[in-house]
Design a protein around this ligand. Sequence first.
Ligand code: 9Z3
Length: 399
Amino acid sequence: MTPLVGEMSPAAAESVYFNEYPPPKALPKHEALARAFIELHVEANRRVVLVTSGGTTVPLEAQTVRFIDNFSAGTRGATSAEYFLEQGYAVIFLHRQYSLLPYSRHYSHSTNCFLDFMDEAPPSADSSNPGDGPIMVRDEYQDQMRSVLRKYRYAKQNNRLLLLPFTTVSEYMFELRSLAKLMRPLNENALFYLAAAVSDFFIPRSRMAEHKIQSSELPPHMQGSAVDPDEIYTGENEEQPSNRKKLVVNLDPVPKFLHQLVDGWAPEGSMVVSFKLETDPSLLVYKARTALQRYSHHLVIGNLLSTRKWEVVFITPDEPHERWIRVPKSRRSKSISGVEDQVGLAEAMKGKSPSVEQLEAEQAAEGQRDGIEIESLIIPELVKLHMKMVEKKKKKPAE
Ligand code: 9Z3
């Protein structure tokens, strides 16, 4: 019997997975762009971070009409990319197509629609169109927009930001593998920041329907390899069998490629940071620690769905092993989906109270009311850890 992908060695699982799917059509173009981008920054001895961002889709049909998706809008990735750029990194931004992008995120989507920032100025007498004035940014947004625009233009003009889109989980995997290998000449100057919400499950190409899955019976002469509905086990108690068709989706686990990334694809000496997302506060630290032990990389950033905008935990192999980073209370911006009462819960469940560092940060923030983004705290801390690794490597180049 052929072993399941989950039971194979990482290398075997890799070849089975990548042989199932054709590479994304855009891959050769993305590789060419990435190669040139990386070369440029290798020459400048600049640190380069690969930020992954947004959710992945899991198609149910090869000619895809329906797919499974997840909640991620790419806020973490897009925001983090801006702070990495501010810290002097060049950024490869591997993102879910149409998710939030660095800089434009301030003016996209329905909450921050760019049209709300604009106005028509009164027509001037010497205009070529006497009835129409120019379009302007409203007075109250001038400063903020100027600052975003300057940073955006700086990144663009200096070739600091490369945007590469993906949609499905398999496209994401192909892109990640190629980019990691292309980044090899960067050695310890390479950083991986895996913030994308990657599906844990998928339908292998061999079991995937080619055409749109039908919701009603086709006449017999039009049926392909239709399955007898009596043979479908739904796992539910059906006291009153209904005649309505159910769709039962059978998903396989996506192989855990973090192992391959750390041990094979990524450059020697590079730093790999993964995220762990949970909803149950009692599981977060345990699961993040287990991931770090399993893949032997450098940092797992744990976050809860309900508090992810205000707190994260850094789980590291070295002291202090577990470190919470929180936006001080007075500086938390509101979030529709967030639950502020749950901030601190995951840490308290382990019998811990907030650290001295945290209490000091709360005190320092007292009286300040402007909201801050947690990524403005995460990235500088992470950069310190990366710098330490880079310095260590420079002292012991042979290792
Ligand atoms: C994260 O945990 C990210 O922080 C979020 C960001 C997806 C929560 P938003 O896009 O959300 O700002 O709305 N990303 C990683 C999630 C993930 O799939 N991790 C895997 C896991 O938890 C490990 S690679 O098993």
